[in-house]
Design a protein. Sequence first.
Length: 362
Amino acid sequence: MSPTNRSKPQRFVLLDGLRGIAAVFIIQRHTEELLGDALPSSYLGVDLFFGLSGFVLAHAYGQILREGAMTPVAFMKARLLRLYPLYALALALVIAYYAYSLAIGRPVFFGQYVIGHELAIGIVTGLLFLPSPVTISFNAALFLVHPAWSLFNELVANLAYAWKGARASLRQILVVIAISLIGLAIAAIQFDRLHAGFRWHEMYAGMARVFFSFFVGVLIYRFRRTPMTVRPVAAIACLLVVAAVLAFPTPKPMKAPFDLVVVVLVWPALLYAASSIVPGPRIAAIVSFLGTASYAVYVLHVPLLDWALVVWPSMTEPAIAPYAGVAFITATVLISWLLTVGLDQPLQRRLRRRRTRQATAF
């Protein structure tokens, strides 16, 4: 494909909506005390995030990385600065929550109690945006901010992309995708599904998930040919596909093949189709709102829920829980949007201006 015309910057608004819908399903996955069992396939939203990230980063940085106008070090610095501010806010909320729970002897994840030395290790590694050397027992994860496992894995894929991937040939990228696909298949067999990657013995599964979907997203951007057209009905259909897949009640014996089909076929096809669709103005406003909030939703929803349960413990009572769950999701999306627009976006603009000044100084 010929390079995308960069004289008129594109924004793939519908992709924001796909990411936003997936983020809402991730919240539901972690609010079982309020909304009942997690929807069966909601964890596959993370694989969609990875594919979207590959596509968007190839659009935003692929050409300047290939031309050497940006170094891999500068790219990784930009990625860390993009992720870290809201992650740091989430980390602060989580540390405060676990410190409070430790001080009063309050049980946390599935009745587990906070262990002081594990908390200390998690704080140090968390501040460095690195996984804990041991799986943290009281949240069964590698990071105090639970969703950060996927962000760390994505940063590893980002490094590979900046170092070699942006300039890699089709054959080289297909080799990476093929190796990752083998890892996906092994993980699906071992864990009976692809809900894996957030503990040390699952690390290979997480890396296979991110490298497969991320580099598929990169290839989709590189070879997309369909011009962007306004198709509101098709935009709604894409959003409904995401919701249907993430809520699909797959029987347990079929989870592994279902997950593989979704990650290997459905998400790439959806990404390819959605990248050429411009929603109508009303739909665009909704999906843009959801997309703007999506990263903050993903990284902040767990600590917000933890503190909500501290402040309002009776919200889990059966008569209240469903309404409290809907209210929590709504509030989380609104808070996330406000934090993104009012705090993170202005900070990101200042950081970009500073990087530009530093670059021109040299």
